[in-house]
Write a protein that binds this ligand. Structure first.
Ligand code: SF4
Length: 769
């Protein structure tokens, strides 16, 4: 395989001539067995999606989105969901696909799905019928890919979804406590699709259908593959040493002559600081650059020498710059280097995060033990028309009938909720949404959202008039964006809201307010709730929005995530200070009172996040007690693949800043004892934690917090029979939600003032002790 510059891929998702198999029409459900294929009159599938989740035909499930989208292009798509992976039999049940296998672990990374934050195995799985654990293997993407290969040696395999996306380069794996290869190398698949995969997967399907071999498809954004050699006509920037994190190149000389172009390339950062040339890198030169070759030239005679001067407009200069950028690849430190050197690992992570904006990201290459992994830049965000196209497919909005009456908790949770957008510009370091969905918000149109509410109202069984959520990764980023598309395309900042709200961010919430109003006025809709997490520092910029939200869309309580109270961990999370929470709380209480309602704010916190000291946790506990909060369920920081905070956890370095060997050391609560202590501080009121907290407070010199008065954190006594409050984690994980106690999923159960939850995986809360 050899790389080619990634196309801009601005061709609309719906702008392809349909594949010939369109004549079979749309399937009521994508088939999961031969009998269903027979009923549809299919002799074979064109594409088979293998997934670790149960098949739910709903736009919140990856296999349904990709399957229905490809179906809309005329392809026959089959689903193999949660197959028995012990041998290849289950992977043959639909026969060989004509074009490719699409393999995904499902909506979650399989290791996060299977294990708690303390690496204990879960007994449940919200994406499986009846919530039963153990229906998918560890590292599902790898296992499924191997079985597909065993089943049909020559069928191309394309891996995608969150697990593939976040493990696309060499990455730290928390469960093995080591750095692993790119998942593409381990899976031995042909191609990896990362981020929002729609554009790439549609193009791949059409090109394979047109007879192009998979190893010739190397110009698609959002894809990764193995290359034999690095292309000789690209600029290679060696970023394999500290610290050369992909600077933006010099402005192009407006009077550039062809010879200058060559000279510039020769002096390009193809060499590292030590002067070693990392790769032969003949850069774009006058005669190889079409942009240059096409330009009008003015010849001038100067003495006896003839020089060619080229006058260029701003647009032409930009085109040249873009041309250069499109043919530039960053060399990341190799797998072996980042495996053996934590500082280089942190550096590689920083470089990767600097290359996430599709407006200016460059290709990257990383050696993986003898193989060269090539990553094209991220996909271009979907337009509103394209988002509508994806969400307007004829989803049945229920699990496949094969599951009968089995309950699938992840489906139960979202079946009356609407996803209105994708992406997040918050950049919280413990979260991987930016790395996966990107920082540019991709919005659906109001009409498409309203239409979906009407479909739910009219067709989804069990609808009682309550839309349980109108949100997305963040509740209030709908139609919020940078004031200028041009600035946005050039921006390299990791967040639009940290350390403060960027002055270029248009924080106007009026589109969201209008949408809320229209949604709740629909006949047959009694209530529209907002259950997605709210970015409260953004919300306070629009008091009208907060009033609208508080007056009409809060179901007793509203969850928000300050995550901590102390500046140390907050800075490592890229979260605003607790002052913004206080401001929002004031607004929330003011408008709640004005509306004559009784409702509460539920703040979420993370224990043991990188950058957190014991004192930070103690101060958080004091804040909780002072404010009358008692955390019901708490979660320690969970180092998920590729998150910036995970890099801090692994390396002790801070990739938010330039990495230096003698740079900042981040305090990491890593040992089991310290993680336990941090969690205990969050549950300071639980007698089981008091002995540990007393010891900790004494060793911190804070005996003043031990006593039996209101001003104390922990009492001096220990009650008898102090087993209250906790259940065995595994038992609790498989125990149905207790509605009476108020412990349960967002939107269900009794609201208890002062009771808070500290887990926001998007799933029903559960103890992860
Ligand atoms: S300039 Fe500001 S608002 Fe615009 S993309 Fe960059 S951080 Fe976001």
């Amino acid at each position: 395989m050899s790389a080619r510059p990634a196309k801009d891929q601005t061709r609309a998702l719906f702008d392809y001539p349909p594949y010939w198999a369109e004549c079979y029409g749309r399937a009521p459900f994508l088939p999961m067995n031969r009998a269903e294929m027979d009923e549809l009159g299919w002799d074979s599938c064109d594409i088979i999606v293998v997934t670790g989740d149960a098949y739910v035909d709903h736009p919140s499930f990856g296999m349904a989105i990709i399957g229905r989208l490809l179906e809309s292009h005329g392809f026959r798509v089959g689903i193999i969901a949660q197959p028995d992976w012990q041998n290849a039999d289950a992977f043959k049940q639909l026969g060989a696909p004509n074009l490719f296998f699409g393999v995904t672990s499902g909506n979650m990374d399989s290791m996060i799905n299977r294990y708690t934050a303390d690496r204990k195995i879960r007994s449940d799985d919200a994406y499986t019928p009846d919530d039963i654990g153990g229906k998918r293997p560890d590292r599902s993407t790898i296992v499924y890919s191997h079985r597909c290969r065993e089943a049909y040696q020559d069928v191309p395999i394309v891996i995608g979804g969150i697990e593939a996306s976040l493990r696309r380069i060499a990455h730290y794996d928390y469960w093995q406590d080591k750095v692993r290869h790119s998942i593409l190398a381990d899976a031995k698949a042909d191609m990896l699709v990362y981020g929002n995969g729609e554009r790439a997967i549609v193009d791949i399907a059409h090109r394979l259908a047109a007879g192009n071999p998979i190893d010739e498809i190397t110009d698609l954004r959002g894809t990764a593959f193995i290359v034999d050699d690095l292309p000789s006509d690209w600029i290679i920037i060696d970023s394999s040493k500290i610290d050369k994190p992909g600077r933006i190149e010099e402005p192009v000389n407006p009077y550039v002559v062809p010879q200058d172009g060559a000279a510039e390339a020769a002096g390009s950062p193809c060499q590292d600081g030590s002067g070693q040339t990392s790769e032969q890198s003949p850069a774009i030169s006058a005669d190889t650059s079409p942009a240059l070759a096409d330009l009008p030239a003015l010849e001038m005679a100067v003495g006896s020498t003839t020089q060619v001067l080229t006058f260029m407009s701003r647009e032409e200069r930009q085109a040249i710059r873009q041309q250069k950028r499109n043919m530039t690849v960053l060399r990341l430190p190799s797998y072996d280097m980042v495996k053996n050197d934590k500082v280089l690992y942190a550096h590689a992570n920083r470089v990767l995060h600097l290359e996430t904006n599709p407006g200016n990201a460059r290709a990257m290459v990383q050696n993986q033990g003898g193989q060269k992994l090539w990553l094209n830049p991220p996909p271009i965000p979907l337009t509103t028309e394209e988002m509508d196209y994806v969400f307007d497919q004829p989803y049945k909005r229920v699990p496949h009938p094969l599951y009968g009456k089995a309950r699938i908790p992840a489906y139960e949770m979202i079946r009356f909720s609407i996803n209105i957008m994708r992406g997040c510009f918050g950049g919280c370091t413990f979260c991987s949404i930016t790395e996966h969905e990107g920082r540019v918000i991709q919005n659906r149109s109001e009409d498409s959202i309203i239409k979906e509410i009407e479909i739910i109202r009219d067709e989804v069984p069990g609808f009682t008039g309550v839309i349980s959520d109108l949100g997305g990764p963040t509740a209030n980023m709908y139609r919020i964006a940078c004031k200028s598309r041009e600035i946005e395309a050039n921006c390299r900042l990791p967040s639009c809201v940290y350390p403060d709200i960027c002055s270029n961010l248009d924080t106007d919430h009026s589109s969201l307010i209008k949408l809320y109003k229209r949604a709740r006025e629909l006949p047959g809709v009694k209530k529209v709730l907002i259950a997605s997490g709210l970015r409260y520092d953004l919300a306070i910029k629009s008091p009208e929005y907060v009033e609208e939200l508080v007056t009409h869309h809060v179901g007793g309580y509203l969850k928000i995530a300050p995550e901590h109270t102390e500046r140390g961990p907050l800075d490592k999370m890229m979260k605003p200070g607790i002052g913004a929470y206080d401001q929002f709380k004031e607004m929330f209480e003011h408008f709640t009172k004005k509306a004559g309602k009784k409702q509460f704010l539920i703040p979420y916190f993370i224990a043991a996040h990188p950058g957190t000291t014991d004192s930070d946790m103690m101060n958080l506990a004091i804040w909780l007690k002072t404010n009358g909060f008692r955390a019901d369920q708490v979660q320690n920081f969970y180092p998920s693949p590729m998150a910036t905070a995970t890099t801090m956890y692994h390396t002790g370095k801070n990739p938010l800043k330039r990495i230096r060997r003698d740079g900042e050391e981040v305090p990491i609560p890593k040992s089991g004892t310290q993680r336990k202590l941090h969690k205990a501080f969050l549950r300071y009121h639980d007698p089981q934690n008091w002995p540990m907290l007393r010891d900790a407070l004494r060793s911190m010199g804070r005996n003043d917090l031990i006593g039996n008065g209101k001003q104390h954190l922990i009492p001096t006594y220990q009650p008898k029979g102090d087993q209250v409050g906790y259940q065995n984690a595994r038992r609790k994980n498989s125990t149905p939600l207790d509605r009476k106690s108020g412990r349960g999923a967002a939107g269900v159960g009794k609201v208890i003032k002062g009771q808070i939850l500290s887990q926001h995986t998007g799933l029903p809360p559960r103890e992860t002790n």
